[in-house]
Structure formats: structure tokens, C-alpha cells
Design a protein around this ligand. Structure first.
Ligand SMILES: Nc1ncnc2c1ncn2[C@@H]1O[C@H](COP(=O)(O)OP(=O)(O)O)[C@@H](O)[C@H]1O
Ligand SMILES: [Mg+2]
Length: 239
């Protein structure tokens, strides 16, 4: 039994050494850690799996604020392998996508709304650049929320692009969608990390969330520059 990439090369992973890291989560996949990579193996039904064309595009993205994706894989037994490889050589193989491997990010235990504001400002700046890169590649982001990030000392990293899709719409429309996703991410970060009434946060974000999400994000950034910690935005009620 082994993990094979799309060219039917066996990945150098010792299955005895993998360790599941998302045991107590509601999830649509098993996530295992192996050395400095994660192995995301979907449940048997791959309806919710990342699409191949999106994966290929995302693989080329090397950005500090976005999960580094490596390869899609299929799991096959040693017996099956000969048959599958012969078919592959004849151009007749069907690649049954079981999951992907990507870089592992060790989370740091910091609270982004209690840190110095410069932490969140720097992440927002980086994430805005990421949005531009993804949008220019025609990628529509979706499901962007705090649960799909890893909070590191040196920034907020977006993971789990399973539902991203390619779009043929105008880049400006894609950008709008993606900035809206980024705004939602900021909202969920406050929801998760600020010990405040959820309604207060929802209300303030609803007020900010007009048609122009980029403008709203820039406004948050401007206000963040005036306070010591992001949480102070709410204490002072300036946004
Ligand atoms: N690259 C990674 N590095 C570290 N932890 C990860 C990584 N990818 C996923 N995880 C952990 O596994 C959880 C579930 O991963 P995710 O890709 O969001 O799966 P699902 O599709 O089930 O939501 C994450 O919330 C995170 O805790
Ligand atoms: Mg997720």
C-alpha cells in the first residue's frame, strides 16, 4: 500500500510514521502529519475534494500567507500498482484522487486581537497581496474563515482551499469576491479571539460591509494604526 502522485511515482512516505492531527474535529477529511508535511485524505466520497485544475494553479503559488500545496495523491495497494501503471503508460489510467500533501505549519499560541496592532496590519497587507495574486489567476476564494487558517508568530496563513474554483468572470468581479472573503476572515478572527458579544462584532462588520470590501479592509487598517491592540477598536468604538 502506498501513496502515488499523478505520474504514478510512489511518494516517499512511511505510513507507519504518520500521525492524525484532526481527531476531535468535524471535518471532511483525515489530516495526518508526517515530518514537515500534512497528508489530507478525503473521506471515500470525494465530492468535496479540490478540483484538479484549481490544485494545479494553486501549486504554483509560493506565498508566505498561503498553504504551500505539493501534490495530489491516490492510494493503491502493491498488487494494484502493476495494473494501474500499465494502464497509465498506455494513457488509459484513471487517477482516483484520494487527497493531497502540503506543507505543515505548526500553530503558535498567540491571540491576533491582543497582539500589537502591527501584527494584524502586516498580515492584512500580506493577505491583500495574496488576494491579488489569486484573483489574477482567476481563482475564486471561498470558505475563508479563522478555522481555515494557521495563526503563526509571523503571520496568518490561509489553508483549506478545497472549495476554491476557477472563474471566467472579469478579474474585478473575482477580486471583489476575494476581498469580501478576506473581510469575512477578519470578522471571524474577531469573533473567535475577542471575548466580546458576537452581536457587537457582527453589527460593526455589517456596517462596514458595503459593496466595496477593499475599502472596508483599508478602513480597518487605518483604524488599527490608531490603536495599540486590535481589540481596542471595539473598546473605543471607532469602527
Ligand atoms: N497545513 C497544515 N498545517 C497544520 N495544520 C493543518 C494543516 N492543514 C490542516 N491542518 C489542521 O487540520 C484542520 C482541518 O484541516 P482542513 O484542511 O481545514 O480540513 P477540512 O476540509 O476538514 O476543513 C485545520 O483546522 C488544522 O487544524
Ligand atoms: Mg477547513
Amino acid at each position: 500500500m502506498g501513496l502515488y502522485n499523478k505520474s504514478f511515482c510512489k511518494l516517499n512516505i512511511d505510513l507507519n510514521e504518520i500521525k492524525r492531527i484532526n481527531e476531535n474535529m468535524v471535518t471532511n477529511a483525515f489530516i495526518y502529519r508526517y515530518k514537515d508535511i500534512i497528508i489530507k485524505k478525503y473521506w471515500y466520497c470525494t465530492e468535496y475534494a479540490i478540483s484538479d485544475d484549481v490544485f494545479d494553479k494553486l501549486c504554483t503559488i509560493d506565498n508566505h500567507y498561503f498553504i504551500k500545496l505539493y501534490e495530489l495523491f491516490t492510494i493503491i495497494s502493491d498488487d494494484e500498482y502493476e495494473k494501474m501503471y500499465t494502464r497509465y503508460q498506455k494513457g488509459k489510467s484513471f487517477f482516483n484522487k484520494d487527497g493531497y500533501i502540503a506543507k505543515y505549519y505548526q500553530p503558535d499560541s498567540i491571540n491576533p486581537v491582543m497582539e500589537q496592532s502591527s501584527y494584524l496590519i502586516k498580515s492584512i497587507e500580506g493577505l491583500k497581496e495574496l488576494v491579488d495574486i489569486l484573483s489574477n489567476s482567476r481563482i475564486m476564494m471561498t470558505d475563508t474563515k479563522v478555522g481555515n487558517t494557521i495563526i503563526k508568530n509571523n503571520g496568518i496563513i490561509i489553508i483549506d482551499p478545497d472549495y476554491y474554483r476557477l472563474s471566467s468572470q472579469d478579474i474585478s468581479i473575482i477580486k471583489n469576491n476575494n476581498y469580501h472573503e478576506l473581510l469575512q476572515l477578519l470578522k471571524t478572527i474577531f469573533m473567535h479571539y475577542a471575548k466580546l458579544e458576537k452581536e457587537i462584532i457582527s453589527k460593526l462588520f455589517a456596517e462596514l460591509d458595503n459593496n466595496d470590501s477593499l475599502e472596508a479592509i483599508c478602513h480597518i487598517e487605518k483604524e488599527l494604526r490608531k490603536v495599540k491592540r486590535p481589540l481596542d477598536l471595539f473598546n473605543k468604538q471607532i469602527i
